[in-house]
Design a protein around this ligand. Sequence first.
Ligand SMILES: [Fe+2]
Ligand SMILES: [Fe+2]
Length: 352
Amino acid sequence: MADRVEYSEEELLSSIAYDEPLIANRVRCHGGFVGGRYHSPRSAGRGPAIAAWQAQLRARGVPLIEIPPALVPPHHPNAAQAVLLLREGVRAPLVRTLTTIAIIEGFGAMIRDQRVPDLARCVREPVAGTATAHLASGLFEAHARDEAGHRSEGGHKQMWEAARDLALGNPAIPPDVLMRLMTGRRAGRGRQRLFPQLAEAFEELLAVMVNVLVIEVFAADTFRWAETVLGDAEVSSAPHEAAAMVGYIRSDETPHVEYLRTTLSELRACTLLGESGGEWRGAEVVDALLARTLRALTTERPRLQRQETHDDIAAALAEHRDAAGVQRRFDALDEPWSPPDWEGSPQRVLQA
Ligand SMILES: [Fe+2]
Ligand SMILES: [Fe+2]
């Protein structure tokens, strides 16, 4: 049974039986506890399925895509800087960051609307019994429910709000968080096509999965940062509960990273078919899309984020009686990070 590679949608969406549900700040959330240990939702079928699809790749000698940890930009401000600000009573920037994360998690529901074109026309090899074949029949839906919640059950959106409210004692939320998200630099920009010979819907599917994979991998680092900050007893009103909540979210993200890298590794090993003839090595296409996303998310995005954070902190500090002193101590805690060198071969960076 461990090697079974075909799963129904119902199986991929089913959860194990819990002794106790997860209640976050009075909201019933997904997941729950068995013997006191947290277990992620929708893992009863999805867990063994992903393991079986990965084992199948290993048996074929197909490598699983890895995003080198050295590529992950550290969160700014770092944990020590964030704790310094909280200790000084400067809370608005962190409240904004946590609220933004909660909203973005909620946007994760959009993955269920991702179209999967007829794969028999896009991929030469048959895909039955792979993660790729299960995207539209359970994997995207499970992912959407994890991020945004499902029916009366809260998901990551509600869990982040709970972590924020537990740690910072129900802080006032800046009124323009959503507005800035919708109108700012993160607002969607049209993606340029790199492989116009492939069916547009197929390239779009690959580009979206690559993008979400990289965002999920990078997010794990942000979540560790949040666990440290919200778990700091000096500045958090509920260090244990708040950090544990972020830890639950972080563990729920593991299947997202795993199914996405499994699917992309499967397609990387396939031959992709052009819409009107022609064939491309999956590796050529997936690696080019991956390099493009990684380049943007390790250069332009951290630079913009840093600028925005700098402005928010400066604005919040304006009311502090020792703004210059706090800013000086803040700057002294900075740990410079430089993006990888993307000139030349992206392949070299990916394999670093
Ligand atoms: Fe999430
Ligand atoms: Fe996720």
